[in-house]
Design a protein around this ligand. Sequence first.
Ligand code: SF4
Ligand code: ZN
Length: 306
Amino acid sequence: MVCKQCIENPVMKLPNSEVSMCKSCFCKHFEKKVFKTIAKYKLIQDGDHVGVAVSGGKDSTAVLYLINKFAKKHPSVKVTGLAVDEGIKGYRDESLNSLKKFCEKEKIELHIVSYKEAFGEELDEIVKRFPRPCSICGVFRRNLLNTGAKKLKCDKLATGHNLDDEAQSILMNQFRSNMKVSARLGPITGVLKNKAFIPRIKPLYFLSEKEVASYAFLKGFVEKYNECPHGSKSYRGEVRDFLYEFEGKFPGTKQNLIVSFLEILPLLKANPAYKGSLNECMECGEPCSQEKCQSCQYVEKVIKKQ
Ligand code: SF4
Ligand code: ZN
């Protein structure tokens, strides 16, 4: 068997198809799909400053590389990497080291913000007192990415979310009857335009986790794969396993979930009930739905009260 496009040996079979491709053709196919998503959903406009939320993992490194490649062809577009250092020894320090090397090699500006500087403590310390590190970690990370992107004057913040991540989010929101959150999903996030929120863009939206992992591996982006020592089985993890099992039995399930969701997404975004209203946090000024944002509430409950 040879590659569908040329006569080289294939390295990868595309999902939901019998098409196999060699390294070079697969990488071209992957990049074409990403650039098509950027164009079709107008994820990046001329003159945009795009921040890329990057951790040193496969997905975000692939996005950083590809947006930088896009910017080389569109010189009015500026790209900056934005990383969060949670303070996880043996995990984040290692991934940030390989990220720094990557950014140096590709000549991409990188900014790193940390929990220690912003909130006064590293996650390794917080976990000693707080039993659910992923919940506080997710809230702190979202806060630092939004405030960091605003400080850098970014117009958009690109993330490494892929097709699997989005399929899980859609299903989780359905299971929890949380359509207001689903209304904010899609290749470009948000319902209301609000300067306080930097819109998130997802150039890997139509690529599966397996395709992204294969691309990152073939391009040699990730030196080694390691897992966060504080990660535990979450609701998302349960939904991920469920979807994998279902996809195994019924190939195309995840793809169909995304396609059908995109058909109803304009209706969700147009529904006034899902637009919500925004306050400014009385402590930090970040947008939130209560008096204080979740991040400031955690700082008060978990960090200051010890
Ligand atoms: Fe944070 Fe949990 Fe991710 Fe670890 S697994 S980085 S604790 S969200
Ligand atoms: Zn706040």
